[in-house]
Design a protein around this ligand. Sequence first.
Ligand SMILES: N[C@@H](CCC(=O)N[C@@H](CS)C(=O)NCC(=O)O)C(=O)O
Length: 230
Amino acid sequence: MSAIKLHVIKPSVNNMTARVFVRAARLDFTEDDAYGKTRSPEFLAKNPAHLTPMMEGDGLPKGVMFESCAIMQYLCNHHHLHHFYPTAPAERAMIDSAMFYIVGTLYPYLARATYPALGFPLYAGEVGASEAEPHAKEAAQKAAVAALAEPLDVLHKFFMSGKTFIGGDHPSIADIRLGCSLEFLAMIDYALPAWASHYLKEMETRLGAAYSEPAADVRGYIGWVKSNKK
Ligand SMILES: N[C@@H](CCC(=O)N[C@@H](CS)C(=O)NCC(=O)O)C(=O)O
């Protein structure tokens, strides 16, 4: 039996991140489709946060863990996958810095910009999730789209700074998190800067089927939502 069991929701880029990683790292894993199951008593008993990706793994104190980036960090540490997550403290610090910036700054803008169109629930307390008038929701969504440019520029100029990837000449776990996140921007036909389109192509070329296979689920979902809107 595989040591790693991933519980995933396939149209999600948070999930795509973990799904690409286990494939790229050639780990032995199984996947369970958790769509519609995350609030079930069985799932909640394992993971009260009801979030996917969730990984079941031997030796984890609670038997499971969640958060896409933490899953990648743990698996890199456990399997000594230094080409995805360098061990030198200064190099690792840059990967961590980029990854926290992606999930803490870029992704909240990206979610506010794309979730309404994707039909995904927005986070409580946000305009999009409130009883606000449609014009207020639209204004909030537009503001989020406009806000994306700055973190994208920082990721390019500061973290990549002339290299192909944040990880240098090989995609790191921060790159996997970034590439997967950017996939959702197709939902709103966001005009990616040229460097980002090139970067996504490089990610897919370098990681091959490890990237393309989970990407197909996200792209398929986006295509399906778009075709239903016509
Ligand atoms: N920061 C988390 C976000 C995880 C997340 O939001 N997962 C959503 C799918 S995109 C989920 O599982 N939702 C199901 C639920 O809340 O019941 C990560 O990167 O793993």
